[in-house]
Design a protein around this ligand. Structure first.
Ligand code: SAJ
Length: 429
């Protein structure tokens, strides 16, 4: 099948790069977003999110006139839903599918015989068949027979979205084989990685399994870090050695797991069968408690934090992105504030970022000035490479805490610091 026109609903982290990539590969794309600010920013030649290369791609897509923007969909050969599916509630969080429902309802009046609809938003298994199909079938057309319907998750890594969009393998799960094949015809316009065909519910589960696998793996790394501190072992060295085993690949401990995906997606699996998912829940609990654990680690290595000044470096959920969603670094700062510390934060990729109760420094030097301790929360390149002598020149204390296992011990000790690393026993392992 050939798709000449495409309507992409949701111009966020996934929808915008996907819309632009289709447009720069010759497809006529209508980008739809219900937030007028998103469209306004794009029309001014800018973008509302940070992603390397995306501004230039959006500009060329718009200049080519293959990408146009609107608040409402129009008839098209194919529709792609890439709207947010946040988790709501606490015990346990559940998927909020309101935006998916709204997007499907927006497509409804424009749905024609032979159209393809693809859901890309991360969703609990069975969303495509149990939620999206019944809405679209209110048109009188039947999914799989009169129109084609598939689920195809995005699996791109923030920071590398444009490359991974093209190069990663993609799974396309149709409600019937014809839908999967139509999905392959659509995405093969730009996807260079393997395209694997499956059914809709398997494809939904694949996406959630990938992120859950990563969460569980990071959870065990965090638990190993806690153990290593008790055992006076250096967990980083231990993991390096264990990973020499051909069938072992332990991930990195840290202050917790953040971002919009890995910290939430496991709940979408757990909600499908609460009684059958104790491991998934346990890993979630370990990772969710890691910011508080990290704050305690910092406090114990400082000999208490009440009334003391801490420079907290990095607030993003991971290195080299500006995204603070579900960031464990924010959790660590909040816990330190609650424990009575005077925390000064500096996030080089989002300089205005503020955590309640903490002071937002105007720059790295200002964060460090007069501080008793410096804590690395995110391993952004410029923070990894912080020169300890430069820190020593403005700080009062000589305590450094590295929660990411990246600061070179010899350099920090040479500058007079007592360096504590998460996952390393008090004696330095
Ligand atoms: N983290 C660790 N230790 C590690 C790796 C990560 O503590 O060894 C932490 C990070 O600091 C961060 C969190 O985990 O707080 C998540 O970061 P990430 O780089 O693992 O993943 P995301 O959330 O940026 O992107 C993930 C990716 N999924 C997988 O790698 C299986 C990406 O491919 C997905 O497209 C994305 O989720 C998504 O949108 O679902």
């Amino acid at each position: 099948m050939k798709f000449e026109s495409l309507c992409v609903l949701g111009l966020g982290y996934i929808g915008l790069p996907t819309a632009c990539t289709f447009a720069t590969h010759g497809v006529k794309v209508l980008g739809v977003d219900v937030n007028p600010r998103v469209l306004e920013v794009l029309r001014q030649g800018d973008i509302h999110i940070q992603e390397p290369g995306l501004r230039a791609l959006a500009q060329s897509a718009l200049e080519s006139r293959n990408l146009t923007l609107a608040e409402q969909p129009s008839p098209a050969d194919a529709f792609l839903i890439a709207v947010p599916t946040p988790a709501v509630g606490e015990s346990p969080p559940r998927a909020d599918l309101r935006a998916v429902v709204a997007a499907a309802e927006m497509i409804l009046p424009h749905l024609r015989r032979g159209n393809l609809v693809v859901l890309e938003s991360t969703s609990p298994p069975r969303t495509t068949v149990d939620v999206v199909a019944p809405i679209l079938e209110r048109s009188g057309l039947r999914a799989g027979a009169d129109f084609l319907l598939a689920y195809s998750p995005e699996r791109v890594l923030p920071g590398q979205i444009l490359r991974e969009l093209v190069e990663n393998a993609r799974v396309i799960g149709g409600v019937n084989p014809a839908s999967s094949e139509a999905g392959r015809d659509l995405y093969s316009v730009f996807v260079k990685g393997d395209i694997v065909l499956s059914d809709a519910t398997t494809a939904e589960m694949v996406k959630l399994m990938e992120n859950t696998f990563r969460d569980v793996n990071i959870g065990i790394a965090n638990e190993f870090a806690r153990l290593a501190e008790h055992l006076e072992v250096d967990v980083w060295k231990a993991i390096e050695i264990a990973n020499l085993h051909p069938r072992v690949g332990i991930l990195r401990p840290g202050p917790g797991v953040g971002g919009h995906c890995i910290s939430l997606d496991p709940w979408f699996l757990a909600e499908a069968a609460p009684g059958e998912t104790p491991l998934i829940r346990a890993a979630r609990q370990v990772n969710a408690s890691q910011p508080a654990y990290t704050a305690q680690f910092i406090a114990s290595r400082m000999g208490g934090v009440r009334g003391r000044t801490v420079a907290a470096l990095g607030l993003a959920y991971k290195a080299d992105v500006d995204d603070l969603r579900e960031s464990p670094a924010v959790g660590v700062v909040s816990a330190l504030v609650q424990a009575g510390a005077l925390v000064r934060t500096w996030e080089p990729l989002a300089p205005g970022a503020h955590v309640e109760g903490a002071e937002t420094a105007a720059g790295l030097e200002e964060a460090l000035r007069g501080a008793q301790a410096v804590v690395l929360l995110v391993d952004h390149r410029e923070l990894r490479e912080l020169d300890p002598a430069r820190a020593a020149a403005v700080m009062t204390g000589r305590v450094a805490v590295d929660t990411r296992g990246v600061w070179p011990r010899a350099d920090w000790e040479a500058a007079g610091y007592q360096l504590s690393v998460l996952g390393v026993g008090q004696t330095g392992g």
